[in-house]
Design a protein around this ligand. Structure first.
Ligand SMILES: Cc1ncc(C[n+]2csc(CCOP(=O)(O)OP(=O)(O)O)c2C)c(N)n1
Ligand SMILES: [Mg+2]
Length: 561
């Protein structure tokens, strides 16, 4: 792991809080996103001593803090830590644990716990975190003995980053944080990653050679730059069409002639049809979950469609769809193993060109009614983005605009919550902007999602970060309205919203605000936002009638049978 070191034995006694801070350093964890609580004062004090090695980011809401840590793990493959207080803090922070679990993101969540001696009295803010987070986290533990901190933190990082990565929750009993102990720090172990069985890789090559319409579906987390480069080179050598899984655009260069779109919610119907039509699915790193498989309808479960499924967790292979060939491997090791393969011929090249042409036709600028044409705006934004940028996305219908109309280049990392959690994009953008101050960071969010965690913008100001947030304002919880109109046309219930002036909202913090009502206003507004050097919000006043890029409310009502 990057930044790891062996701290070596130490003989002086340290308080538990300091041992914990040192354990983070020993594990190479250099970012903590926190909302403080009196339940972990000693850890905060320990962090004071290591402040030149571990950056403590003070947040305004626990859901914001955990989303920042989750986004960092998604972007780097390395866990950041979130810290919250017991009871209420843990409850607010729970959403990030669910995201990290469903999205397979390495993350550590520390929860200040009540004094151990008060356990099971339903004492102030008491929760049993093993029970609360048991079904949501990859592992939950509680540290009651300060001398075990180095061991348990080292194991927590191992669990978070190995196999199918995920979140680990660590509760910290209050008294043990004060206890003086003499215990050595424990560094990272050099653990070799599981390589794929060479015979299985050879069998995969045979299956590809026999295919006419193969489709590579790329997903998963903890890809390294080298791993992404190797799997990209493999795809291009074989001229395979590459679709990315739901919100996994950061894994593949969308400008390549082999990129054919994303398989998830709101995908291009032409790509979904192609996935059904293909005669070999190479699912590499992705879970074959509900979003990617269109509600488990894309393939038949009995194994009728040849599938090669590569995943670091054997438990994911055949979980729903029987693969023809399952390969358990570390994804980067798998990509490296593919370097030795090359095709004799690529008779499917015409199919690859056809899928790419479909992608490009699907994302061409279209004639939408109204003064603000979002297809044109997305193309303008694509042209404005620098070579390296982080793009964070919330959950909602607006999210289909960037996914449909923008191809992200290799250094442009587009991430979002694959579990569909609203309130993600703003904190994720702030976390990314704090972690990577040299990169442009742009968040995409609806009016609904923005007012869930938009106040975290204060954290950006406090820590000198300047993300640009695009708020797609249709004055409603548009996604739910879409379902509503399909099922109960014209009966609007619980989905309309009244919004503030979003430009004034950010101006109140001292940031830069823009309101865009016409297509031609977008590029100058974006340029002004960048030039301001401040956190910025650009409100896009979109036509509520255009409920998705593919349909209008009127069309939805008419389609009800
Ligand atoms: C935390 C959370 N709460 C509720 C939902 C259910 N939900 C999914 S999309 C959506 C509406 C999103 O509204 P907005 O952010 O304005 O985006 P729009 O769909 O209007 O583009 C809701 C309420 C969710 N996915 N996550
Ligand atoms: Mg909305």
């Amino acid at each position: 792991m990057d930044g790891a070191h062996n701290a070596g034995p130490r003989s002086n006694g340290r308080q538990g809080g300091r041992v914990l801070a040192d354990a983070l350093v020993a594990q190479g964890i250099d970012l903590v996103f926190a909302v403080p609580g009196e339940s972990y004062l000693d850890v905060l004090d320990g962090l004071y001593d290591v402040r030149d090695k571990v950056r403590l980011v003070t947040c305004r809401f626990e859901a914001g803090a955990v989303n920042m840590a989750e986004a960092y793990g998604k972007l780097t493959g390395r866990p950041a830590a979130a810290m919250v207080t017991r009871g209420p803090g843990a409850c607010h922070g729970a959403i990030g644990v669910h995201i990290a679990m469903q999205d397979s993101t390495p993350m550590l969540l520390f929860v200040g716990q009540i004094p151990f001696e008060e356990t099971d009295r339903d004492s102030f803010q008491e929760i049993d975190y093993r029970r609360m987070f048991g079904p949501v986290a990859k592992w939950v533990t509680q540290i009651d003995d300060a001398s075990r901190i180095p061991e348990l933190i080292a194991h927590a990082v191992d669990v978070a980053t190995s196999g199918r990565p995920g979140p680990v929750v660590i509760a910290l009993s209050e008294e043990m944080q004060k206890t003086l102990v003499t215990v050595p720090d424990i560094g990272r172990a050099d653990i070799a990653r599981p390589f794929p069985d060479p015979a299985a890789v050879a069998r995969m090559a045979q299956l590809i050679a026999a295919a006419e319409r193969p489709l590579l579906v790329l997903g998963g987390t903890c890809w390294t730059e080298a791993g992404r480069a190797a799997i990209g080179a493999f795809a291009r050598r074989f001229d395979l069409p590459v679709a990315v899984g739901f919100r996994r655009q950061q894994l593949y260069d969308g400008t390549q002639a082999t990129f054919v779109g994303d398989l998830g919610v709101g995908s291009d119907p032409a790509l979904i049809a192609a996935a059904k039509e293909s005669d070999l699915i190479l699912a590499i790193g992705t879970r074959l979950g509900e979003a990617v498989t269109q509600g488990y309808t894309l393939f038949d479960m009995a194994g009728g469609k040849p599938i090669v499924h590569v995943h670091p967790d054997a438990g994911e292979l055949g979980r729903v769809f029987r693969p023809t060939l399952g390969i358990t491997a570390d994804l980067n090791a798998f990509a490296q193993a593919c370097a030795s393969l090359s095709p004799d011929a690529t008779p499917w090249s015409g199919w690859t060109r056809k899928l790419r042409a479909q992608r490009e036709a699907g994302r061409a600028i279209r004639d939408y009614p109204g003064p603000l044409n979002l297809s044109a705006v997305m193309h303008e934004l694509e042209a404005l983005l620098p070579a390296r940028a982080v793009l964070t996305c919330d959950a909602g219908n607006f999210a289909t605009w960037p996914a449909r109309f923008m191809n992200f280049a290799d250094g442009q990392r587009f991430i979002g919550p694959t579990n569909g959690a609203m309130g993600y994009a703003v904190p994720a953008a702030i976390g990314a902007a704090i972690a990577f101050p040299e990169q442009m960071v742009v968040g995409f969010v609806g009016d609904g999602g923005f007012l869930m965690t938009g106040q975290e913008i204060a954290t950006a100001f406090h820590h000198g970060a300047a993300p640009i947030i695009l708020v797609f304002n249709n004055s409603m919880y548009g996604t739910i309205r879409m379902y509503q109109e399909r099922t109960y046309p014209g009966r609007i219930s619980g989905t309309a919203l009244t919004n503030p002036d979003f430009a004034k909202f950010i101006e109140a913090f001292g940031g830069h605000g823009e309101t865009v009502t016409e297509t031609a206003q977008f590029t100058p507004a974006f340029r002004r936002a960048v030039a301001s050097g401040k956190p910025a919000v650009i409100e896009l006043r979109i036509d509520p009638e255009q409920i998705t890029s593919r349909t209008t409310i009127t069309q939805l009502r008419a389609s009800k049978t």
